[in-house]
Design a protein around this ligand. Structure first.
Ligand code: 1HN
Length: 362
């Protein structure tokens, strides 16, 4: 005769064999009281990333098949979840550093993931998005909305490096990926140079035919304009948690320009130290200029130009600039998704700022 416990264990085993599960002893793991993301707070130093990206320039070309020469970030918390976890910094967001060398081109394709790009260094390269040739310069923010043909060309003389961020992990988990190659290597350019920038020279004024645009009718947000906006804003009062910060939005609707991907640029003057908070959405930061640190769940992550770091969902975080110059943090986030799904929440840190309990060392 089996005793009660043995009977129960045998029952669980049988359930398992039939691909069934008992909710009564799984609920604690399925339903956590608060978010417990697999994503870890992590930081990649530019020194390492730059070395490996440049080395990839000697090893591979962005040909048809490989499509893009990118070294992407792998959050240690997702790495084992092949294959989608490879490219996941958070449950929803992917990011990587792309290299295009002078004279190179990357083939045209389209997919139902949304992409944004933030230009790090170089000049002379352009991305062609649905017939528009969009010139890329450091500090520029570009969008490639889902469904649009896009390819890259480079007629300049120095290597071009930029950060890509896409909603790849989210679409993978939803099981809804589509990807298609353009019949030719590059698509033809059919629009005048800087077409969308010329159409949006003043905020608050919308070309009439853009009323019905299904995506942001502005392909690039130039660094000069972003910096001017932040310079003006920093004469006024800062946001308590993000310093002087602007979001990249669709000028027609006010929603995130990247559709599912929120993005912003924040300026922290020397010595500026924000308050701490946490929110449901996750964030990827890229240090565009300057140096400082962010305290994430009590651990201090020191950063300098070129570093990339991730703040997982529901992690306490605050930022501080050090050194003698303004720090500029570019970031992408999944706030638009959380808001659309009614999941967004935010909490201020009760004590204002965290006590530092340790230093991130990689
Ligand atoms: C993609 O299309 C690009 O167009 C970059 O530059 C990175 C990562 C995953 C899927 C598509 C690009 C990508 C990507």
């Amino acid at each position: 005769m089996l005793d009660a416990n043995e009977r129960l264990q045998a029952y669980y085993q049988e359930l398992r064999q039939h691909h069934l599960g008992p909710l009564w002893n799984s609920i604690g793991r399925l339903m956590t009281e608060e978010p417990t993301p697999r994503a870890q707070a992590y930081l990649w130093r530019w020194q390492d990333v730059y070395r490996y990206v440049m080395e990839s320039g000697d090893l591979v070309t962005p040909d048809r098949g490989g499509e893009r020469r990118v070294v992407f970030f792998m959050n240690p918390g997702f790495e084992s979840l092949e294959p989608w976890g490879w490219g996941a910094l958070t449950n929803t967001l992917y990011a990587g550093i792309q290299l295009l060398k002078p004279g190179e081109k990357a083939p045209s394709h389209r997919h139902n993931q949304n992409a944004i790009r933030f230009i790090i260094q170089g000049s002379g390269a352009a991305t062609i998005v649905e017939g528009e040739r969009v010139v890329m310069e450091p500090g520029d923010f570009l969008i490639t909305p889902a469904g649009l043909w896009h390819d890259h060309v480079h007629s300049g003389s120095e290597p071009m490096l930029w950060l890509d961020s896409l909603d790849v992990p989210m679409l993978y988990q939803l099981g809804v990926m589509f990807f298609e190659r353009y019949p030719q290597f590059n698509q033809p350019v059919t629009k005048p140079d800087s077409y969308t920038t010329k159409r949006y020279t003043a905020s608050g004024l919308r070309p009439l035919q853009d009323r019905r645009s299904s995506y942001a009718p502005q392909a690039v947000f130039k660094w000069q304009r972003t910096r001017n906006a932040l310079d003006q804003l920093s004469l006024l009062e800062p946001d308590p948690y993000d310093g002087f910060a602007v979001e990249y939005i669709n000028p027609v609707t006010g929603a995130a320009a990247g559709i599912t991907i929120g993005a912003m640029m924040q300026k922290l003057p020397p010595g500026h130290h924000t308050l701490a908070h946490r929110h449901v959405h996750s964030t990827i930061y890229h240090v565009f200029r300057g140096q400082g640190n962010s305290v994430i769940n009590g651990i201090r992550f020191s950063w300098r130009q070129g570093d990339t770091f991730v703040v997982p969902n529901w992690a306490w975080h605050e930022h501080a600039a050090s050194g003698g110059e303004d720090a500029y943090l570019f970031s992408t986030n999944d706030q638009p998704v959380m808001e659309k799904l009614g999941l967004e929440r935010e909490e201020p840190y009760p004590a204002g700022q965290q006590t530092v309990e340790g230093e991130f060392s990689g």
